[in-house]
Design a binder for this molecule. Sequence first.
Ligand code: HEM
Ligand code: HEM
Length: 258
Amino acid sequence: MSKILVWDLPVRLFHWTFAGSLSGAMAIGFLVDDDSPLFQFHMLLGLVAAFALAGRLVLGVVGSRYNRFSSLPLAPGEVVAYLVGSVVGGAKRYIGHNPGTAVVSLAMFALVPLLIASGAGWMGGLGEELHEGLAIALLVAIGAHLVGIAWHTVRHREAIALSMITGRKDGPEGEGLKSARPVWALAMLIGGGAWVAALFANHNTAAGTVKLPLLGTVVSLGENEGAEGGEENEGGAGKTVGGGKSGERGKHGEKDDD
Ligand code: HEM
Ligand code: HEM
């Protein structure tokens, strides 16, 4: 066993963009009042996470060996054997993702588009019901991810967290990647950086909207009638512009329409 290259630069770039933007979106979502001007960054960071995810889906098909979805150990029997083995002992050691991280990662990948669709109002009233529950599910997935990392660190006496920085893990020689794909990573950095810069440039704070670069879709960032609003008199359901939420979901004001 020696330290071999397992995570190329594109997947490390994805990881920290995804983790950073989701942490920001969740922190604002749970901690900041949704009437605050800061709350629009909640939605913008969510959109950044979704854009990063789109890049990750491409890597899942054409990325290097351990990034490919086809390399994920997802057979139910293998997942169960791994989870049992990692508690009672005897779990097989994986070079790329183990079944635990594979399942948790896919759960995160599925939750983010649902959070975007429910948050942006594309699922109508159902989305309003779902958004917070989906956010809690994502929090649970992230918690499981961090517990898994801590458990691996203790059990295998390997500082696995560092692998998402250095790209290297303990593994048999000869199984490592040949290249960290710096040119791909640079292209992603430039292309992704331009998209994120355009997203922020397309953000209209006063109107509470953002036009998605490349797609042209205009997304409404939240509860538009709140601009000068009293907290109680949210009477005008239907004032929402461009598919945002209909406004009664705030942390206060359970009354509407009367
Ligand atoms: C909001 C926080 C986080 C999110 C959403 C997140 C998400 C993910 C995802 C989606 C993957 C799969 C990577 C891929 O193949 O695309 C992953 C892997 C990984 N993450 Fe995180 N992560 C977070 C925080 C962290 C932190 C704080 C650390 C370090 C302490 C970390 C270390 C790792 C490592 C080492 C792997 C590779 C696991 C393996 O061996 O399979 N992550 N994470
Ligand atoms: C992946 C990204 C996202 C995550 C993790 C996330 C998470 C959250 C969380 C934790 C809350 C607070 C829930 C509560 O305490 O009631 C929240 C509220 C909200 N989110 Fe998101 N969100 C995301 C994306 C979005 C997007 C893209 C939009 C809109 C375009 C959006 C719109 C809203 C609105 C309007 C609220 C306030 C209403 C409420 O309290 O439910 N979110 N979100």
